[in-house]
Design a protein around this ligand. Structure first.
Ligand code: ATP
Ligand code: ZN
Length: 291
């Protein structure tokens, strides 16, 4: 099988922390790919798109050079590589932080204590820019892996590395003192592809599918019963949301109210609805949201 020149091309991580999330995102957006086992690329059977499986470090370069139109990669990698690509959407998985950490016993407590010190990192570009912006004159030592052992080897006084749970830091008696970058997977695009109307149309259709899934993940659908007299108060609790669906119930004076509720205010809204007289609340996940 060869790549189809007409198809949109997207590069994703072959094997690693972003692979599963990327493939789950395709699935949630309704895109069916042939199995990727051991292959360099595979074709989508229900969208004109091919996926290329690469090391994450190579993705920004491939997207910049137009080998693929799109890519899914960590923001940390995009910022470190510094390639000319457009960042389209944050995708809500692969979240982690690039942090400066120091040995617990070092007495260092802020990035400003690092002047004259050595910082080991696999992210010299981001780290260097962070220090420069704050006028901190520290030496950045580039290390390609196992950065967390460098303080104990006296190679560095501090590190700047990816942290998600903090367990690796604790294991090495390090503690984070500054967050340099909050990262998650991001959809990036080739600049030329964004000037090609045919590709833009395909990219926008794809983004609409992805975004409808991301929006749905942030929303719950709530159904409840309530006395008709509580309707005004209930509507007042649902600010900024689309007009709820109101259905009369068989019981005189009672209604059912159906509405979408954003996840981040979910419990506040539910508690207020109960206080207003809503009963029999039923909450269901939303699979897609198309607005
Ligand atoms: P590759 O073989 O593709 O080069 P890798 O070993 O460089 O893989 P992974 O460890 O799979 O990369 O991490 C990929 C991305 O996952 C990171 O760049 C980062 O954006 C994100 N990520 C999320 N949590 C973590 C974590 N705990 N450690 C490292 N990366 C994380
Ligand atoms: Zn990598």
């Amino acid at each position: 099988m060869k790549l189809n020149g007409e198809n949109l091309k997207i590069s994703i991580q072959k094997k690693g922390r972003l692979s599963q999330g990327s493939q789950e995102l395709f699935k949630a957006a309704g895109l069916d790919f042939e199995s990727s086992d051991g292959r360099l690329f595979s074709r989508c059977s229900n969208y004109p798109m091919d996926a290329l499986y690469l090391r994450d470090d190579d993705i920004p370069e491939y997207v910049q050079d137009g080998v693929t139109d799109l890519g899914i990669v960590g923001l940390n990698v995009v910022e470190e590589k510094g390639n000319q690509v457009a960042k389209l959407d944050y995708l809500g998985f692969g979240t982690c932080e690039l942090c400066i950490a120091v040995p617990k016993a070092s007495g260092l407590t802020s990035a400003f204590d690092l002047s004259g010190k050595r910082i080991a990192t696999s992210y010299p570009r981001i780290t260097g820019a962070y220090l420069e912006k704050r006028g901190i004159d520290a030496r950045v030592i580039e290390i390609s892996g196992s950065v967390e052992i460098t303080p104990s080897l006296d190679v560095a006084d501090a590190i700047c590395d990816i942290v998600s749970t903090g367990s690796t830091l604790r294991l090495h008696e390090l503690m984070p003192i500054e967050v340099v970058l909050k990262s998650e997977a991001v959809l990036i695009a080739n600049q030329e592809s964004l000037r090609n109307p045919r590709k833009v149309a395909l990219i926008e259709r794809l983004r609409a599918r992805i975004l409808s899934h991301l929006e749905a993940k942030k929303t719950k659908y709530v159904m409840m019963n309530a006395p008709e007299s509580a309707l005004e108060q209930i509507r007042g609790i649902l600010p900024g949301m689309k007009s709820p669906t109101i259905v009369p119930l068989a019981e005189e004076g009672m209604i059912a109210v159906h509405t979408a509720v954003p996840e981040d205010v979910f419990w506040d809204v539910i508690e207020a609805l109960k206080a207003a007289g809503a009963t029999d609340l039923l909450v269901v996940p939303v699979e897609k949201m198309v607005v």
